[in-house]
Design a protein around this ligand. Structure first.
Ligand SMILES: [Fe+2]
Length: 409
């Protein structure tokens, strides 16, 4: 195991847009006059991406008149009599009042408690988190995975069950982390009046109204970073989701809906038509960075509180490399603005390889205009299996010899 020194740790934290705090082996009682004011931290707290010696912490303060610093404390006990790390974390409108702190020099396989306090002594709720076991620790690993939590359709009460079971489990059976595979938000939102008939026999919940949204068919999509931020806030107001983020470290990755329903690279697809959406891809990445703590590099920025979005334009993407990646400069800048793929080592038994299945992928072949020929009006969502297999394998079909034309029926 390599030991992270303090200098490289500071550089690492800056690359993730996080304030660095170095843990100490000498604990001390908190000297902060913390009074819990959950109304001033309406999206709660979160921790993310546990390593054996470090953890990422997150919160959002309600908007203030000017940029400020919060004090973050990490302790071995929930009464904060044994504080082992603290730091000042910046909040400002540039990151929608969110902040990230990477705490290092921690002991492995430990439970910790953390909280944030503003200059007036107004404090966040207390979060609980866990460090990972050492890479040579052979004990079994327990984690939960979740995805696809459409709060427009229903509450997030599956998290309540997760918390209930974990609180009652023996220590050896408690979860180490929650792996979120994406679709943490659904950017595509119905307003209740758009679907009075509801969805799947459920009424539509009035989740969020986009200030700059675009209406397509009977749903609304975000067009600006403020719209994407609004939908994250709406999700985090679900009490079960917020309690889960305060209890477990999460490992966060996006799927499609963090950007766009049928999105690929920086392209949106609605009503069967592609449209360049570099500005929206960057907006989606910025809101993800702000609301989902993760060890993701930002090549454009070393700021601790600003994403520093690359300036892009929605330009047509016409030239693709051999892997199908659009070479249009705004497309490349947008997909590179936040590097989502990474790995996480968790004890001896888990090496988690987190891939990005959206930012670099080619267009869905069945969405291409040519694919209309495959669809049958009587069965509009179905394709012949043989055609699907050929399309799915692409160039690799039949040992790299795909057919020039596809016959079926
Ligand atoms: Fe999904």
């Amino acid at each position: 195991m390599t030991t992270l020194n303090r200098r490289s740790f500071l550089q690492l934290a800056a690359a993730f847009g996080a304030t660095a705090a170095w843990g100490t082996s000498l604990s001390a009682a908190s000297a902060i006059p913390w009074r819990e004011r959950r109304d001033l931290y309406p999206e709660g707290v979160a921790s993310a991406e546990p390593h054996s010696d470090s953890i990422l912490l997150w919160t959002r303060h309600a908007p203030l008149d000017s940029p400020a610093k919060l004090t973050v404390e990490l302790a071995e006990d929930s009464a904060f009599q044994k504080v082992i790390a603290s730091a000042h974390a910046p909040v400002s409108g540039a990151s929608d009042w969110t902040t990230r702190v990477l705490i290092g020099n921690l002991k492995p396989s430990r439970t910790h408690f953390y909280r944030f306090t503003d200059a007036a002594g107004n404090g966040s709720r207390i979060g609980r988190t866990l460090t990972a076991p050492t890479p040579d620790d052979s004990r079994p690993v327990r984690f939960a995975f979740v995805s696809c939590q459409n709060a427009n359709d229903g509450a997030q009460n599956a998290y309540r069950r997760m918390i209930y079971e974990d609180e009652r489990a023996p220590d050896t059976d408690k979860l180490g982390f929650v792996l979120h595979l994406g679709d943490f938000i659904y950017e595509l939102v119905w307003y209740p009046e758009d679907r009075p008939q509801g969805m799947y026999d459920r009424r539509i919940r009035d989740l969020v109204r986009y200030a700059h949204g675009e209406k397509i068919d009977d749903f609304h999509i975000p067009t600006t970073v403020d719209d994407y931020r609004a939908v994250y806030r709406a999700y985090l107001h679900d009490p079960d989701l917020q309690d889960a983020r305060a209890r477990f470290p999460f490992v966060n990755m996006w799927d499609n809906h963090e950007f766009s329903w049928k999105g690929w690279q920086a392209v949106q697809n609605f009503d069967g038509k592609n449209r360049p959406a570099q500005t929206r891809k960057v907006a989606a990445m910025q809101a993800f960075f702000e609301y989902q703590p993760a060890r993701m590099a930002r090549p454009n920025s070393a700021s601790l509180d600003q994403f520093d979005p690359p300036k892009v334009a929605d330009a047509a993407i016409t030239r693709f490399d051999d892997h199908g990646l659009g070479q249009e400069p705004n497309n490349l800048a947008a997909v590179a603005s936040l590097k989502g793929y990474r790995s996480l080592r968790y004890g001896r038994n888990v090496d988690l390889i987190i891939t990005d299945q959206r930012s670099y992928r080619s267009e869905e072949p069945t969405d291409r205009p040519e694919a209309v020929a495959f669809t049958d009006k009587a069965f509009p969502q179905l394709l012949p299996q043989e055609a699907m297999e050929i399309l799915d394998a692409g160039r690799a079909y039949n040992s790299n010899r795909p057919p020039g034309s596809i016959r079926f029926g």
